[in-house]
Every structure is written in structure tokens, then in C-alpha cells.
Write a protein of this length. Structure first.
Length: 407
């Protein structure tokens, strides 16, 4: 798969996890991630663009090819086969007829030998000379029953195999839970069952993933699945690390807030409420362009209050922000959401939304200038410190040009 394909896969996984965390709904997370992985495997193995063709042979209406074995054929753009067929599983495994004969012969023989055994056993109580015959027929009864039971197990095994492969029509991988439900067995039993079939070479390239969630039909699909799993694990690890960083940041912020004055803490809390509102409005308002603008606004306003947390002395400079700019922003977003919810957008609604959109641009510029102004005094103090440092270095003869002159 192309590199941008894996990037897209990673974004899909991350977005799915983000949505589950954001809305607190994890009920379909596993299935959603499984669907994304399935689609990724299909794309990686070429199923999505018809570079591969799965063929079957049999009397159940499937395509006929390759001597009774399911197979994969690579094709070029004109539909001509360009590489040899790769077999994936045995369509007609050996042993079914023998299993039927074992059942057909074993159970009647068990019945006959069992009746004779019981009859001789009754006679043996009065005639000790028939004990040998009783033992012989007892052994024959046990052997016949063992043959019948073994034939039944093999027949059921092969019937389950036929059920499994029917579920692979045009599919490269199937959830093991789905296979287990189809044959009416537990997942643990189905995993062992499938592994036996792999070991007995009924499936030629099949794999069971490490988590025992999927049965994957081909080597190529399995390799794609492992890459997808690695990418997903990396995404999940980055997500966990980001959440941990955010948690530490919030804890540090709470610790820093505890040392602030009550007035400053109240100011920061109000700012946080406005930031949360901007974020929530952004979630509700559709459209990539306005979403990008609100993202920008959220970042800048958050940075402003981060500065207040570190330098509480600048809090007095935020009067207009708190009394006018942020309340006006909230009113504009309220109005935009109300207009956007109307079923029919006339000229007045469209023009008003456009005007609000432009005003958001203006507010973003204002917020950025305000953020920059908060560093003005700080920049001046640093500049003064640098100037004094240069003066002292010059007096002590430690500036670079002074050292060169002395040299």
C-alpha cells in the first residue's frame, strides 16, 4: 500500500478512537476498528481495484477453476493472468467418504457386537466356558464404537471446514467470532479448530492473528494486517502519550492556579468556560473553513490564559477581552448556529452567516494582537537585561570584539 494509504488508515483509526473518547460511546469501537482494518487489508492486497480474483470450484454455484481448490490469480489491466495461480485452501479435502463409511459400519457393528456381548455376559454367569467369547465381543464392541465415534468427529470436522470456507467467498479475512457463531461453537474451540486445519494443510497460507480476533486467508493479507496493527498500535501509543501529557499539563495548571489570587483564578475559569464553548460550537458547526478558523481562535485564546497563569500581573490587561470580545464571540456563534440550523437558507441567512464568518477573522486578528501585547513588557524587560549585560561585558573587557582587540 502506498505511504499515504497508511497515513489515511492511521487518521481513520485515530479519529475513531477520538470519537469514542469524546462521546463516551465505546459500544461499536471494536467493530469500527475491525472494519477499518478489513478495508485496509482489502486495499493493500488489491481487492479494491480488481488486481486479484478469488475463484472456487464446486457444485454450489461458485466459479470453476484450478482443479477443485480455491485460488487467487493476479491480473493485469486487460484482465489477462500475468502470474501463476496461488492456491489458498483445499476445496475438496480427502477423508469425507472414509468418515462416512466409518460411521455407517461402526455404529451397526457396535449394536450387533454389543448385543452379543450382553447375551454372552448373561450366559457367563452360568457357563464359565463362554467367558472368552464374552471378552472377544466386548473388545469388538469397544473397537466398533471407537471407529464410529472417530468417524463422527472427522465428519463433523470436515463439515465445519466446509462451513468456514463458504464464509470466505470474496473475503480475505473473517472475524473468528463470526466463524464461531456460524458453527455454534465458542471462540476458543474455533481457534483450536482452525489451527488444526492449518496444521493439516487444509488452508495453505492462512493465519490467526495474535489477538485471535481474525482468521486471515493469505500471506499477503496477513502481512498487510500486521502492518495495519503496527500502525494502529503506534497511533494508540501516541494517543496515550498525548493524553498523559495533557493530564500532567492539567495537573500542573491546577497546582499553579492554587497559588494565584482568587480574582485571577476566577478570571482563568471564566476564560476556560469560553474556550470550552468555542470548542463545542466548532463541533456543532459543519464546514472545514469555519472549523479551521474556530480552531485557530481556540488555540490563541487558550494561549492568552496560559500567559495569565504564568504571569498573573497581565490579568488587568484583559478587561476588554472578558467584558466585550469573548461575550460578543459567544453571541456571534450562537447566531451562526441558529442560522445554520434553518432548513432553507435564503439570501438574508446566507449574507448574515458570511458576515459572521468575516467577523470571526477579525476577532482572530484581535486575539493574536492581544496575545502579542501581553509579551510587550516582557520583551522590553529582556531587551533591557541584554543591554545591561552587554555594557557590563564591555566594561570587563569580555565582549568578543574587545577580546580580538586585545589579541
Amino acid at each position: 500500500m502506498a505511504e499515504n494509504g497508511w497515513d489515511n488508515f492511521g487518521r481513520q483509526i485515530l479519529n475513531t478512537v477520538d470519537d469514542a473518547i469524546r462521546y463516551g460511546d465505546f459500544s461499536n469501537l471494536s467493530r469500527s476498528v475491525g472494519d477499518i482494518i478489513n478495508n485496509t487489508i482489502d486495499a493493500a492486497t488489491g481487492r479494491g481495484n480488481s488486481n486479484y480474483q478469488t475463484s472456487y470450484n464446486g457444485s454450489d454455484g461458485a466459479d470453476t477453476a484450478c482443479g477443485g481448490n480455491a485460488s487467487v490469480q493476479r491480473q493485469n489491466g486487460s484482465g489477462n493472468t500475468t502470474q501463476p495461480t496461488v492456491y489458498l485452501f483445499d476445496r475438496h479435502p480427502k477423508g469425507k467418504a472414509a468418515s462416512i463409511l466409518m460411521c455407517a459400519g461402526g455404529y451397526p457393528a457396535t449394536l450387533i457386537f454389543g448385543i452379543l456381548f450382553l447375551a454372552l455376559l448373561v450366559i457367563a454367569f452360568t457357563d464359565p466356558f463362554v467367558i472368552v467369547g464374552t471378552v472377544v465381543f466386548g473388545v469388538l464392541t469397544a473397537l466398533s464404537l471407537a471407529v464410529a465415534v472417530n468417524g463422527t468427529k472427522k465428519l463433523r470436522f470436515l463439515n465445519r471446514y466446509q462451513t468456514y470456507i463458504r464464509m470466505f467467498r470474496q473475503r480475505w479475512n473473517v472475524p473468528i467470532r463470526e466463524l464461531a457463531d456460524r458453527v455454534g461453537k465458542s471462540v476458543e474451540f474455533t481457534v483450536r479448530d482452525l489451527q488444526k486445519m492449518i496444521d493439516r494443510r487444509l488452508f495453505y497460507q492462512a493465519h490467526i492473528d495474535r489477538e485471535q480476533n481474525y482468521f486471515i486467508l493469505s500471506d499477503e493479507a496477513y502481512n498487510a494486517y500486521k502492518l495495519a496493527q503496527q500502525d494502529f498500535a503506534a497511533q494508540a501509543r501516541r494517543q496515550a502519550e498525548e493524553q498523559e501529557r495533557q493530564k500532567r499539563s492539567e495537573q500542573e495548571a491546577e497546582k499553579a492556579d492554587a497559588e494565584l489570587s482568587p480574582e485571577c483564578r476566577e478570571l482563568i475559569q471564566k476564560g476556560k468556560d469560553y474556550i470550552d464553548y468555542i470548542h463545542a460550537a466548532n463541533e456543532r458547526i459543519p464546514g472545514e473553513e469555519i472549523s479551521a478558523k474556530l480552531d485557530r481562535m481556540e488555540r490563541v485564546v487558550t494561549r492568552i490564559f496560559d500567559v495569565v497563569r504564568v504571569h498573573p500581573e497581565v490579568a488587568s490587561e484583559l478587561n476588554k477581552l472578558m467584558s466585550y470580545y469573548l461575550p460578543t464571540t459567544k453571541k456571534l456563534l450562537d447566531a451562526y448556529q441558529e442560522l445554520d440550523s434553518q432548513p432553507v437558507a435564503g439570501d438574508n441567512i446566507s449574507s448574515t452567516k458570511l458576515e459572521i464568518d468575516r467577523t470571526i477573522d477579525t476577532l482572530n486578528v484581535a486575539y493574536e494582537k492581544l496575545l502579542d501585547s501581553l509579551f510587550e513588557n516582557r520583551a522590553w524587560d529582556i531587551s533591557s537585561d541584554i543591554s545591561v549585560l552587554h555594557t557590563i561585558l564591555a566594561q570587563d573587557g569580555l565582549k568578543e570584539d574587545e577580546l580580538h582587540a586585545q589579541g
